[in-house]
Design a protein around this ligand. Structure first.
Ligand SMILES: C[S@@+](CC[C@H](N)C(=O)[O-])C[C@H]1O[C@@H](n2cnc3c(N)ncnc32)[C@H](O)[C@@H]1O
Length: 221
């Protein structure tokens, strides 16, 4: 997977919108759903929060919401931390570096956006879902977004065309082509359903689809 350290972290915010079709819309749709689902006071667990996009998008929706911002890359979290300081949000944020411990938090909702496709399906995806399950209150939602296995033969190629249209260079396109084939661990819907079932989540409902990327909502049983 990409390392999400050093230059990859520094350039993340300027590159991601070129790489993920509908990246801003995805975050807006997550925001709309949280505004519908969450009460006045709520704790939001963000797994793989990167540079803090979710918090930047959600913080204005409700000043009482607080955030656990988790990631495995300290370089991404350092940028997130600086963003929160700049915007005066630090008092509402707990930054968590590294894996979550079982039952450490009791969140009212969990987000795991554009993360799990970087995790191998060798027990690690299941472990990630189980760790989210144990840090989320029963009956609460998990919103996932991931690159899925292609559903048509022209989907991946179209994604690369879209990247170019969004301003990605030819070299960037070739790197993305390589990454799509070798650095992601996309699931098909059947395997995702199995993993969700095994880790104690309901069947997922799709709320977003942009070429290979899907946004899915499920409930912790
Ligand atoms: C594409 S970025 C997504 C960041 C953010 N969620 C967003 O929407 O912009 C993927 C992030 O997942 C993190 N990541 C990768 N594997 C992870 C894991 N097993 N647990 C938590 N975070 C992980 C990476 O360090 C990176 O910051």
């Amino acid at each position: 997977m990409p390392s999400f350290t050093q230059d990859e972290a520094t350039h993340y915010d300027s590159r991601i919108e070129r790489l993920v079709p509908g990246y801003q819309l995805l975050h807006e749709l997550v925001q709309a759903q949280l505004q519908t689902l969450l009460p006045e006071q709520a704790q939001i667990l963000i797994v793989g929060a990167g540079t803090g996009k979710e918090v930047l998008q959600l913080a204005e929706s409700n000043p009482n919401w607080t955030f656990i911002v988790q990631d495995v890359s300290d370089d991404m979290l350092a940028i997130a931390d600086q963003n929160f300081t700049n915007l005066g949000l630090s008092s509402r944020v707990t930054i968590h570096s590294g894996p979550l411990s079982p039952g450490q938090y009791q969140a009212d909702i969990a987000l795991c956006l554009l993360v799990m496709h970087f995790v191998a399906d060798d027990g690690a995806k299941l472990a990630l879902l189980e760790s989210i399950h144990s840090n989320l209150k029963p009956g609460k939602h998990l919103l996932l977004a991931d690159l899925m296995k292609p559903e048509t033969q022209f989907e991946r190629e179209s994604q690369l065309k879209h990247c170019r249209a969004m301003g990605l260079t030819h070299i960037g396109e070739e790197r993305m082509r390589h990454n799509l084939e070798h650095e992601f661990y996309p699931l098909d819907r059947m395997r995702l359903a199995e993993l969700l079932d095994e880790s104690g989540f309901s069947t997922a409902q799709m709320f977003f689809k942009a070429l290979g990327f899907s946004g899915l909502a499920c409930i912790r049983q």
